[in-house]
Design a protein around this ligand. Structure first.
Ligand code: GLC
Length: 422
C-alpha cells in the first residue's frame, strides 16, 4: 500500500478507510490472559473496529507462554484458520516463522520507529514474522516500607538479597506476621523458570547455557555456583509453593503483602499499585541483583509481538490489526495504564508515560543490556533446549540432585539435542 499509515485511530480510519459491510472481516486474535491485559486489549479492539468496520473476537489463552505455544503449535500444524492474529513470545519467532505471514510490507512505514534489535529478533530469513508489541526485562520488586522499618537498603547481590530477605522475614514473623516470606519468583516447570535461571547464571558471569556461536556452556563453574545459591531458597526464604509458581502466582502472593522481594516483569508494577493491592504505594523496583562472582545484573530479555497466521483467510485485515495494535498510540496507552515497556524507542522520553509509570524511562537501560535466551542460535530446537534448562533448574531448587550434577546432566542432554548441529 502506498498510503502512509499513521498511528492514531483517526488517521488509521482515513488511511485504510472504513470498509463496506460486505468487506468487513471477522477476525480472531489469540492473547494471553495475564493480569487485566485482556480488558485493555478489548478496548483497543473496539477502537480498531470503530475505525475500520472489521470485527475482532478475542480467543483467550492461558497466561503461561509454554501453554500458549502448545496450543499455537496444534493450530498451526493443522493449518487451521481458527486464529488470524497471535501474540508470540520473542523466543518463538524462528520456531513458528514458516507458519506466519510476512508483515514487511504492511509495517513498512512504521517499522523504523521500533528498537532495531527487537525488529531483528522478529525477522527470520528476511521476513518480518511479527511486529513488536512490547518488550520485557524483569525487576527486583522490594517493599519500601519493610526495608525502611528494618533499616535495610535494596540488595545489589543475590547473597545480600537472601540475607536481607531472611532477616526481615524472621523479624516480621517474630512480631506475629506468620505469613511473611522473603522472596517469590517463577519456579514452575515452564519457560519462566528458564528466564529466572538464566539471570542467576548470567549475573554470575556463568554464561547463557549456550553461547552465541551455539557452544554449550551449561556446566560452567560460575553457573554451578549460581545454581547452588538458588538451591537454598525454597522453604528458607521462598514459600514451598514457589516451585510451581508462574508470573501470576508470584504477583498474587506479592500483592497480598506476604513477600519482601519479588522477581517479576514490569506488568506487575501498575497492577501492584491498584487500590486492591495490599502493597500499593509501598514498593519500588531496582535491577535484579548480580552474582558474587559476576560483574553486573542480568535481566532476561522478554517481550511479545503481533503475528498473522499464514492460514488466516483475512490476511490483509489481520495485518492491519497487527499494525494498529503495535502502533505508537496503542503502545503509549498500554505503557501508561498497564506499565508495559514500549518497543517504540521515542516513547521512553514521553513525559506522560514517565509521570504515570516512572519505571518505564528508568528501564530503558535495563532493556538495552538485557540478556537474550539462546533461542536464535538454537532455532527450532529452542523449546526442547529450554525444557532441559528449566528441568535442571527445577530439580535444583526442589532438592533433587545438587547444582553440579544437575548442570552436568543438562550439559549432556544439550549435547544430545545438538548432536546433528542446531
Ligand atoms: C514474559 C516475557 C516472555 C517470557 C515469559 C516467561 O511473558 O515477556 O518473553 O518468555 O515471561 O514466563
Amino acid at each position: 500500500m502506498s498510503i502512509r499509515i499513521r498511528t492514531s485511530a483517526f488517521a488509521l480510519a482515513v488511511a485504510v478507510g472504513l470498509v463496506s459491510a460486505a468487506d468487513a472481516a471477522e477476525l480472531r486474535i489469540a492473547a494471553g490472559d495475564t493480569g487485566d491485559a485482556l480488558v485493555l486489549l478489548r478496548e483497543h479492539l473496539d477502537r480498531f473496529e470503530a475505525a475500520t468496520g472489521h470485527n475482532v473476537t478475542i480467543v483467550p489463552m492461558p497466561s503461561s507462554t509454554t501453554d500458549q505455544l502448545a496450543q499455537y503449535r496444534i493450530w498451526l500444524a493443522d493449518r487451521s484458520p481458527e486464529v488470524d492474529v497471535f501474540f508470540i513470545d520473542v523466543i518463538w519467532s524462528a520456531l513458528l516463522a514458516h507458519h506466519l505471514h510476512d508483515l514487511s510490507e504492511a509495517a513498512a512505514d512504521v517499522i523504523d520507529q521500533h528498537i532495531p534489535e527487537i525488529v531483528a529478533s522478529q525477522t527470520v530469513d528476511g521476513r518480518l514474522v511479527a511486529i513488536p508489541y512490547y518488550t520485557d526485562a524483569p525487576a527486583l520488586y522490594y517493599r519500601t516500607d519493610l526495608l525502611e522499618k528494618h533499616d535495610k537498603t535494596p540488595p545489589e547481590t543475590w547473597v545480600e538479597m537472601e540475607t536481607t530477605a531472611a532477616e526481615i522475614m524472621a523479624a516480621e514473623r517474630a512480631e506475629g506476621n506468620g505469613q511473611m516470606w522473603g522472596f517469590v519468583f517463577q519456579g514452575g516447570l515452564y519457560e519462566g523458570l528458564t528466564a529466572n535461571a538464566l539471570e542467576w547464571v548470567a549475573s554470575n558471569d556463568g554464561g547463557t547455557f549456550i553461547d552465541e556461536e551455539g557452544r554449550i556452556t551449561a556446566n560452567d563453574p560460575n553457573a554451578v555456583a549460581a545454581f547452588d545459591l538458588a538451591s537454598g531458597w525454597v522453604n528458607n526464604i521462598s514459600p514451598p509453593g514457589v516451585i510451581s509458581y508462574r508470573e501470576e502466582e508470584s504477583r498474587v502472593f506479592w500483592e497480598a503483602g506476604n513477600a519482601v522481594f519479588m522477581r517479576n516483569w514490569p506488568y506487575a508494577y501498575a497492577l501492584g499499585n491498584r487500590p486492591e493491592s495490599a502493597v500499593a504505594g509501598n514498593f519500588d523496583v531496582v535491577p535484579l541483583p548480580r552474582g558474587s562472582m559476576g560483574t553486573g545484573s542480568a535481566a532476561t530479555l522478554g517481550g511479545w509481538n503481533a503475528a498473522v497466521s499464514a492460514y488466516s483467510t483475512e490476511p490483509e485485515a489481520a495485518s492491519e490489526l497487527a499494525v494498529f495494535l503495535t502502533s505508537e498510540e496503542i503502545q503509549k496507552d498500554r505503557a501508561i495504564r498497564n506499565s508495559f515497556l514500549p518497543t517504540i524507542a521515542s516513547l521512553y522520553d514521553d513525559p506522560e508515560i514517565a509521570e504515570a509509570q516512572p519505571l518505564i524511562p528508568e528501564w530503558r537501560q535495563v532493556v538495552e543490556n538485557a540478556v537474550p535466551r539462546p533461542s536464535a542460535v538454537t532455532g527450532i530446537h529452542y523449546s526442547q533446549v529450554s525444557q532441559e534448562i528449566w528441568t535442571a533448574a527445577h530439580n535444583t531448587i526442589a532438592g533433587r540432585g545438587d547444582a553440579a550434577s544437575n548442570l552436568a546432566e543438562l550439559e549432556r542432554r544439550l549435547r544430545f539435542i545438538s548432536a546433528r548441529g542446531w
